[in-house]
Every structure is written in C-alpha cells, then in structure tokens.
Design a protein around this ligand. Sequence first.
Ligand SMILES: Cc1cc2nc3c(=O)[nH]c(=O)nc-3n(C[C@H](O)[C@H](O)[C@H](O)COP(=O)(O)OP(=O)(O)OC[C@H]3O[C@@H](n4cnc5c(N)ncnc54)[C@H](O)[C@@H]3O)c2cc1C
Length: 396
Amino acid sequence: MARPTQGVRVDNALIEDFEDIRASVRALCAGFPGEYWREQDRSRAYPTAFVEAMTQSGFLGVLIPEAYGGSGLGIQAASAILEEIHKAGANAAACHAQMYMMGTLLRHGSATQKQTYLPKIASGELRLQAFGVTEPTSGTDTAALKTTAKRDGDTYIVNGQKVWTSRAEHSDLMLLLARTAQPGPNGKRHDGLSVLLVDMRDAVGNGLTIRSIRAMINHATTEVFFDDLRVPAANLIGEEGKGFRYILDGMNAERILIAAECIGDARWFIEKASRYAKDRNVFGRPIGQNQGIQFPIARAFAESEAGNLMMQKAARLFDAGEPCGAEANMAKLLCSEASWHAAEMCLQTHGGFGFAEEYDIERKFRETRLYQVAPVSTNLILSYIAEHVLGLPRAF
Ligand SMILES: Cc1cc2nc3c(=O)[nH]c(=O)nc-3n(C[C@H](O)[C@H](O)[C@H](O)COP(=O)(O)OP(=O)(O)OC[C@H]3O[C@@H](n4cnc5c(N)ncnc54)[C@H](O)[C@@H]3O)c2cc1C
C-alpha cells in the first residue's frame, strides 16, 4: 500500500517564508484595490493592467530556469506569490497558468522548443496560459476525449471541441491534448493521447474558433472549436501517444499552487470577518463578543492553518524532487475546503452587508467556490487518495 511520503529530511527543513517576495507582491496588489476587481467582475473584463504589472515584475517567470530568462525559483516561492495575491483580495486566475503551464514544455519539450519558447514566455513576449483538456462530452474522463490530431506530412490536422478553456482569448499559445491514435489491444485507455503546442495567433480564423462563456465568476473562460486546424508536427511535445503522462506530470504543481491561492482566500475572509466582528455593534456590544460568531472564525482559522501545513509540505517535497502526489492532492482538498468554509463564515458574519457588492465578499465567495470543481473536483481527489494512497479497490 502506498503511503503519504514521510519525507523526514524535508519536514525538518527550515520553512523559507519569502518575505521580500511577499512584500513586493503586496505592494503591487495595493495598486489594484477592491474597486478595480469589482469593475472587472461587473463587466466580465480581463484584468489586463494587473496581468501586465505581474508580467513586468517578473513574478510570472518565477519557475522558469535562469538559463531561459526566468528566476529559477521553486514552487514554494510561486506559492507565496499566489497566496499573497489572493490574501490581498485580488485574483490570480487571469495569469497563474503563465507560471506553471510551461512546466510541460520544460520537462518534455525538445531543446529547440525550449530555446524557442521559454525565454519569450519568461519575458512575457509570449503568453502560454491556455490549456485545452476538458471536453463537453467526456468531462473528467479524460481518456474519452474526442478531439483528434491526424498526422498529414509535416502537420497534424486537428478536429474537435474543448470547453472551459480559460484565457484562450488572452494567450498566444495553447497546450492541447488530443487523440493521435486509438490504444492498441493491450494498451491503456490513455495511450494514444498527445500534447501539441498550438500557436493561436495563426490559428484563429484558420480552423480555430473561440467563444467566450459568461460564467458565475470573471474567469475569461471559453469554448474552443477545431475545424481542420493545421498544427506543425514540430509542435508535438515529447513522444506521440504519451501526452497523458506529460499532463499528469504537471498536476502536482498545479494542485499545490491552487492550494496556495485557497490559503490566500481563507486568510482574506478570516481577516475581514475578524475586523468586522470587532467593529459591528448589535445589542449594545460587538458581535464578535458572541461565541456564536467567534467560533466559526476560530474554526476557519484552524482549518486554514492545517491546510497550509499540508500545502507547505507538498511544496517542499516538490522542490526537493521527492514524490508528492498524496500531499499535493491532500493540500488541494484541505485548502479548497478551508477557503470555502471561510467564505461561508465571512458571509454569515457580515449578515446582510455580506451581500453588498462593495464589501467584495460576495465576489470572493463566488470565486473561491470554483476550487471545489476546477481544476479538479473534490470527488476525484478523494478517489485518488482512496485508491492510490489507501489501496482501496479501483472505482472506475
Ligand atoms: C471556470 C472554469 C475554468 C476551467 N478552466 C479549465 C481550463 O482552462 N482547461 C481545461 O481543460 N478545463 C478547465 N475547466 C474544466 C474543469 O477542469 C472541469 O469542469 C472539472 O475537471 C470537472 O469536469 P466536468 O465539469 O466535465 O464534470 P463531470 O466530469 O461531468 O463531473 C460532474 C460531477 O460528477 C462528479 N463525478 C464524475 N465522475 C465521478 C466518479 N466516478 N465518482 C464520483 N464523482 C464523479 C465530479 O466530481 C463532478 O462533481 C474549467 C472549469 C471551470 C468551471
């Protein structure tokens, strides 16, 4: 039976707090207060000024090795950046994928591909932040995806459809998972899936159509249609047919970083609720004097601190190159629940005012709900823990 990694050496390592980086992120976010985010949310606008500031600051290139023009730091530093953004009441969803999606290219791309793209991604000249995996009919069952890429000379011809492809309208490149072959008689269902790097600047109007989806949150998410789109065969990442493995490789990083965003959200809700509970007087005393108000705040705090410890553990293991699947999944589970419980607590603490747009709570409440579903739903995480950590029988 596989067990969560003990990682004694890693557990005993000093926790680096990245206070200098955190202070810089806080200073940047101070220029984008609640009213900025409210306005973007109201009009479902892409927060271009914020993303530009993040790009100029170099924060989005934090995980790219120095040899390619990035900062060469690890997932712990990236987590600190994303947590601070969310703790400031902002939202990193418009640009967080620029940080970590290049990992697939870095780990599995050819030397030429890395040299061609990574320096430009590090500088922000190229945006790689669209990820085409989910499809309308296959959903979580990735192996059932129907988008095909057929080899024709030195190109692939792509046909099919993706849904919830976030930031496609604000990205130059897309990492696309498509079927290049059916699995052989003894193969696994995921065999035959390949990753292509699609240059959307050439593709839109030439076989690629993007339609935005108006959603509960301001997430720049879209549906994408491929109609005989030609992609150069040189844009295949790694080996044909092994793409699912490459996508899986990036999932631990994504789960840890999403967990960090959840911790930022939880801390924002807890701080906001604590302040209000001290200031708001009803029945001649602060509402925070009532244990019915105190206890949910205290519980949210305890949950978020526990989730944060798991997130830190997963991040340290990841940076040490140790296995961290169990920890990354548990971090995503615990932190997304902590942020959702904190959101519920904060709304309740504010009573009617929690529903007023100008308090930002209703926006953050909607935004943090996403993490129960995307990038991976809670049930799928529980299923991973049950099967791969506890050795329970495979369910599907
Ligand atoms: C705002 C937003 C942005 C997104 N961005 C992207 C993106 O950029 N790129 C991308 O590829 N995808 C993206 N997604 C898609 C997201 O990853 C999926 O929505 C998510 O993985 C769930 O898939 P689904 O919606 O098809 O749900 P389904 O697979 O239809 O599942 C529906 C529900 O059933 C549950 N379920 C399904 N099977 C089982 C089972 N065997 N056991 C128990 N429960 C089960 C699921 O947990 C879920 O709660 C985004 C989604 C949203 C909402």
